[in-house]
Design a protein around this ligand. Structure first.
Ligand code: GUN
Length: 293
C-alpha cells in the first residue's frame, strides 16, 4: 500500500507556484491577489480561511480577508462582493461556505465575476468544465487530479465509483474522471444516499472517491484488493484526548481499508492540503488571464 501524501504533493505544487510568481513579478507585474470573504465565525471555516491566507503568503501572493458579521443582511454581502468584482487589484474571490441561513448561497455564488471565481462554483465555470474548456476547476476535485497525476496513477479504462453528489466535490469529480484526458477516461458510477447495492458497486471499483461526509463510512468489505481510495471526508469528531477537543475523521475506515489498497489518501494529510494548493493554482491563473499571459 502506498500512502498518497498530500503534504508532499501540495508542497511540490506550492514550490512551482512560488517560482512562477517570482518569474511573473520579475516581469514587472504585481503579485496575484486573493480576497477571502468570511461571514460569521464558524470554527472549521475560520481554520480553513486562516490556512488559505497563510498559504498565499508562502507562495508570494497578496491576500485580503474580509470578515463580515454572522447576521449580515444579504444586500450588504452582495455590496461587498460587487466591490471586489470591480476592484482591479483583486484577481480571485473566495466566499467561504457554508453561509448563514438568511443568505441565499446560490445567489451569492452567481454574483461572483466568473473571471475571479477561483473556487470554480459559478455556473459559467461549471458549464465550461463540463464541456472540457479551460476554466477554474473546483479546488477539491482539482486537488484530487493533482494527486493522481503526481503519483502517475493509471485512470484510463478504470471503473471509478464516486460516493456523494455535492456541487463542490462528488458531481465535479465524476465529470472530470470521465473526461477524455489524463487523469480521466474512467467509467464513472456516481452513488449517493438512495443508491441500492452500494457495497456491490464499490466492490467493482478500481478507484473509489468517498465524499459523503460520514466518518468511517467506507469499510474494508466494500473495497476490492488493490483499489485506489481517495478520502475526501473531513469531519470533526469529539475527542477528549486532543487539546482542541476534536479529532478529524475521514469517510474511510482507514485502519481496516488501507491494507487492501494499492494507494490511499490519509485524513488529515491527504486531499485537504491539496484543496488549498489547487485554489492557489486557480488564483495564479486568474491573475495571468488578466494580464493576458
Ligand atoms: N467550504 C467547504 N469547502 C469549500 C471550498 O472549497 N470553497 C469554499 N469557498 N468554501 C468551502
Amino acid at each position: 500500500m502506498i500512502l498518497l501524501d498530500g503534504k508532499t504533493v501540495s508542497q511540490a505544487v506550492k514550490d512551482t507556484l512560488k517560482e512562477k510568481t517570482k518569474d511573473f513579478r520579475s516581469k514587472g507585474n504585481r503579485a496575484p491577489h486573493l480576497a477571502a470573504v468570511l461571514v460569521g465565525s464558524n470554527g472549521a471555516s475560520e481554520t480553513y480561511v486562516a490556512s488559505k491566507i497563510k498559504n498565499c503568503q508562502e507562495v508570494g501572493f497578496k491576500s485580503s480577508l474580509i470578515r463580515l458579521v454572522e447576521n449580515i443582511a444579504e444586500e450588504e454581502l452582495i455590496e461587498a462582493i460587487e466591490k471586489l468584482n470591480t476592484d482591479d487589484a483583486i484577481d480571485g474571490i473566495l466566499v467561504q461556505l457554508p453561509l448563514p441561513k438568511q443568505i441565499n448561497e446560490e445567489r451569492i455564488i452567481n454574483l461572483i465575476d466568473p473571471r475571479k471565481d477561483v473556487d470554480g462554483f459559478h455556473p459559467v465555470n461549471i458549464g465550461k468544465m463540463v464541456q472540457g474548456l479551460p476554466t477554474f476547476i473546483p479546488a477539491t476535485p482539482y486537488g484530487i487530479l493533482l494527486i493522481l497525476e503526481y503519483y502517475k496513477i493509471e485512470t484510463s479504462g478504470k471503473h471509478a465509483v464516486v460516493i456523494g453528489r455535492s456541487n463542490i466535490v462528488g458531481r465535479p469529480i465524476s465529470i472530470l474522471l470521465s473526461r477524455n484526458s489524463y487523469p480521466g477516461n474512467c467509467t464513472v458510477t456516481v452513488c449517493h444516499s438512495r443508491t441500492k447495492n452500494l457495497k456491490e458497486i464499490c466492490l467493482q471499483a478500481d478507484i473509489i472517491v468517498a465524499a459523503l461526509g460520514i466518518p468511517e463510512f467506507l469499510k474494508a468489505d466494500m473495497v476490492k484488493e488493490n483499489a485506489v481510495v481517495i478520502d475526501v471526508g473531513i469531519t470533526r469528531v469529539a475527542d477528549a484526548s486532543k487539546k482542541s477537543g476534536f479529532a478529524l475523521k475521514g469517510d474511510v475506515d482507514f485502519a481496516n481499508v488501507a491494507p487492501k489498497c494499492s494507494y490511499i489518501t490519509p485524513v488529515p494529510g491527504g486531499v485537504g492540503l491539496m484543496t488549498i494548493a489547487a485554489l492557489l493554482m486557480n488564483t495564479l491563473t486568474a491573475c495571468e488571464n488578466k494580464f493576458d499571459i
